[in-house]
Design a protein around this ligand. Structure first.
Ligand code: FAD
Length: 450
């Protein structure tokens, strides 16, 4: 009787659990082992700000995959076990268990889903204690403890999605929050400056202090940070959060000779396989091509992590599956404003030398006369030559996500702006305007093209 296939997955979160589950669906007899250094697997990092904000009661509520799930799918989950080396010739992974013993795990297929870690740039005083970040449950617990022990003010360094979601959460807990951002706009990865400005105005109306174009230069304090210096200004606070960004965990792969790509994340092909046969890499530690630019990107989103995990898991389980690429569709809600984007921004298009025409319109989420109608603004980014939609951004009081999803489908199907302008959309006064805002934005672009 042939020996059953051995699949080893390193990292058991969004990408890893998805990969293991997909491998199980393809091969019912495979021996599938998940190696996880944390003491909790399969939980949602995306929910962390909402536990801190008080919308979700406990951090344990974020566990999406309970132990019973792993048992049901016969996935051998090894918690508090760290992979320390991969031998791609012998096809083995060395792991160190909770008790400190070393084991060698042989594999036929290996999936690396080691994720990413919060990153603080080499700022003067970085070695001092007291700067927290938000990546895992333990980080969340530390921030929660700081709030419970009386922190009244917080400085968050970085105005990306995590920094702002956390900023809102801390304000909901009664703290005064200052956001310090090096660039001249908030949400620089997600939105163009014109759209980001609307979100910023809403946050400022709610009382968030936002300092733009202020690089953090120093962490001030004896052993513990008590203030930061940003563009010459000293800002004191009770709580300091580093939300500069995340860095792919690639050391294990790189030390094993698995090549990294141009973004310094692990290089992969369309099957999420690395340059080494039978070794796959997925999620926040891996690269994948952007659908518009065809260049390697590392979007570091949960949505991308699960899609890549599914593809790699199927391949690791003996099937053939390809990843479509990344549009990096993302949404967030900050107080009463929703913001979302898909495809590439105008700024990114310019950076990639793609000539674009944009169209932006302001409308309502329901018939204008309907009492609870909320404002919504749609920006479309269209490639001039092909007239194809290549990006979209929406800011509004509600209904942003499904519109971003619709535009993501449109971009994936290479829809032109002319086709979108003729889309057969639905209407009823309590649900939408007669003319769907996405269609109005398309007409705006057509007018400019004429
Ligand atoms: C606060 C916050 C909010 C977010 N909100 C959103 C959102 O709204 N929408 C969205 O799409 N995305 C969001 N994200 C991003 C999303 O959480 C990540 O993209 C996703 O977690 C990536 O999954 P992953 O499995 O690739 O990596 P991870 O979740 O980082 O998991 C990797 C795991 O591998 C383990 N590991 C690493 N090295 C080893 C080793 N050598 N041995 C054993 N184990 C190892 C790590 O400990 C970790 O548990 C958010 C992230 C954060 C932090």
């Amino acid at each position: 009787m042939p020996m059953s296939r051995r699949v080893v997955v390193i990292g058991a979160n969004a990408a890893g659990v998805e990969a293991a589950s997909a491998a199980r669906k393809r091969d019912r007899a495979a021996e599938i082992t998940l190696v996880a250094q944390e003491n909790t697997a399969g939980y949602s990092r995306c929910g962390l700000p909402f536990v801190l904000g008080g919308q979700i009661p406990n951090f344990t509520d974020l566990i999406v995959y309970q132990p019973a799930y792993f048992q049901m799918l016969k996935l051998n989950l090894r918690l508090e076990t760290r992979a320390t080396a991969i031998n791609t010739k012998e096809k083995t992974v060395t792991v160190v268990t909770k008790e400190g013993s070393t084991e060698i795990l042989p594999y036929d297929s290996l999936v690396i889903s080691t994720g990413a870690d919060s990153f603080t740039p080499p700022i003067k005083g970085r070695e001092k204690s007291g700067v927290l970040s938000l990546r895992g449950i333990e980080d969340g617990e530390k921030i929660d403890a700081a709030v419970k022990t009386g922190a009244k003010t917080a400085v968050i360094m970085g105005a990306g999605l995590i920094g702002l979601e956390l900023g809102v959460a801390l304000m909901e807990r009664g703290l005064q929050v200052t956001i310090v951002e090096m660039l001249p706009q908030i949400l620089p990865q997600l939105l163009d400056a014109d759209m980001a400005k609307l979100v910023m105005e809403h946050l400022q109306e709610k009382g968030m202090r936002i300092l733009l174009s202020k690089p953090v230069e120093e962490f001030v304090g004896e052993d513990k940070v008590t203030a930061i210096m940003a563009a010459g200004e000293k800002i004191e606070a009770d709580l300091f959060i580093s939300a500069f960004g995340v860095r792919a965990n690639t050391k294990l792969a790189a030390d094993s000779g698995i090549p990294l790509g141009e973004t310094r994340a692990i290089k992969t092909n369309m099957r999420m396989e690395t340059d080494v046969k039978d070794v796959y890499a997925v999620g926040d530690c891996a690269e994948a091509p952007n659908i518009i630019t065809h260049r390697a990107t590392c979007a570091q989103l949960g949505t991308i992590a699960v899609r890549e995990g599914k593809v790699a898991g199927a391949n690791a389980g003996g099937d053939y599956s390809q990843f479509t690429g990344v549009l990096a569709s993302a949404v967030t809600r900050l107080f009463e404003v929703e913001a979302g984007a898909t495809g590439i921004s105008e700024t990114a298009a310019t950076r990639n030398r793609i000539e674009v025409i944009t169209g932006t319109i302001s409308s309502k989420t329901k018939a204008d006369y309907y009492p609870t109608a909320k404002p919504i603004k749609v920006k479309l980014i269209v490639e001039k030559e092909s007239q194809r939609i290549i990006g979209a951004q929406i800011i509004g009081g509600e209904e942003v996500t499904q519109r971003i999803n619709a535009l993501s489908f449109a971009i994936q199907k290479q829809m032109t702006v002319r086709e979108l302008a003729k889309a057969d959309t639905a209407y009823a006064p309590p649900l939408c305007e007669t003319w769907e805002p996405m269609v109005l934005a398309a007409e705006m672009v057509l007018m400019k093209l004429r």
